[in-house]
Design a protein around this ligand. Sequence first.
Ligand SMILES: [Zn+2]
Length: 587
Amino acid sequence: MRRDQKEPDQRRSARVDPGPGRGGSGGVLFDAVLLDRDGTLVEDVPYNGDPDKVRPLPGAREALDRLRAAGLRLAVVTNQSGLARGCFTAGQLDRVHARVEELLGPFDSWHVCPHDDDAGCDCRKPAPGLVHAAAARLGTTPQRCVVVGDIGRDMAAALAAGAHGVLVPTPVTRPEEVAAAPCVRPTLPAAVEEILRRQAAVAPGAPRAAGTVLVVRSDSAGDVLVTGPGIRAVAAHARRVVLLCGPRGRAAAELLPGVDEIVEWPLEWIDPDPGPVDADRTHRLVQRLAAVGADEAVIFTSFHQSPLPLALLLRLAGVPRIAAISDDYPGSLLDVRHRVPAGVPEPERALSLAAAAGHALPGGDQPRLRLRRDAVPAPPPQLDRPGYVVLHPGSTATARACPPELAARIVRALAGAGHRVVVTGGPGESELTARVAAAGGVDLGGRTGLAELAGIIAGASALVVGNTGPAHLAAALDVPVVSLFAPTVPYGQWGPYRVPTVRLGDAGAACRDTRAATCPVPGHPCLAGIDPGAVLDALRLLGVRAGTPADPTGAPRRDGDPDGTRRGAAGAADRVAVPAGGVWSGR
Ligand SMILES: [Zn+2]
């Protein structure tokens, strides 16, 4: 690490400022695994109060021991409404749990919701209370936890807390729950394998000090934002970081910590609307790349993009060391050829490439999206206080945008419930936002660049948005997201990363995994069927209340915003405190 020897410029020191250290003994990504009980650890015997009926699922003991050996802490998070219904006593439940530990080994913490659905408690999954409580008890944050469960409620609780989720379906798991899950594995041992694989993929190897590193992420703003953690990892080891991006990603690149210089150049093999390849222009690109004087290059891509054309140009520009993910045979184009299975969250995909290149994210920098604090302006004066809900109806890809009629109905429902609603949109979307905001919101459409939009989102208590760039801004600002997620791309890969989220929309719709930019199904049914009432329910699940005055002491402490990006812009929002409930049995 040579950063302490030389700070290339002052902008840089404002950009790379790791947050507080990660607690505990876990790896880069995770400290703890929170497991559902019935159907996940043991066979589901309805309302079981009898220790003799406890039957572990196949391979559970060995799988849990692998997690323990890897230094991950374990907790059980389980709904047991049988208590509220009088099906068994607390003493019987304790004996059942003692038997579970006898068969499966010790858990660091047990968290039980004793209520039934009518109680309206904060702990019964899909509410996130048990996940918050377990993370707190284990000395970590939900973002550093993985929840493993067998039904949609487990995944919803995980996402609403900002945790990761792995679904292990059973024959009773509904197909729509499987379709909506961020990650699915067939068995508990397979889920554990996936957790350990993801953890290992971003783990530090031998650190590699570097001089000037050229990092590359072409494509749009969202792509650049999700690459941020990987770029910060490189920046932690490099003297100077130059980012090559395309015109669609330039504004996002300006927001990223760790970038010293930006080179903007559209790449014909990446751009969704490419011009013809031109020999003279390509020659000029090689010259421009040579002028960077890079000691190495790290080419970040999505799974459907090839790094090889650029790798060839970088070779021609004389870059001696090149790292990229490539399934295609790279010949001598790459020095570090990295492979990543499909479905990995994009930020982890980038982090794993950085790690393979010798640049793991250092301790103290959480593996979440972040923005430069000095690049996010305060919200405009008409938003006089934080705590509004932002609805962003547009998208560069219409297949991933909220249908305008639905957006207007959502605005009406939110305003009717007492929320202050702000409607945002990019240049060229003023007509759309005016139409949507007419239903009861403040229209800021067309008046914001990406940085100004970040400033507005920073003051929000939640963002309602499709699968598009602003969702990643919210994740970087630690603002909860109601994700109207068109399933044209996998949620586990492109969903808001490590931020409290509720996913809405039909995950099994016909457009699933088509990667379509324009919805191939008449009527855009994956999103058009969303009930505005479900958005209100989602906000409740996220702890966002209408009209509650900001409480600076009551905001949940997540691992987000270590650098105070939100405080500068807004302060605490209309969000209730983390529910303390749910720790019914704290063995
Ligand atoms: Zn409860």
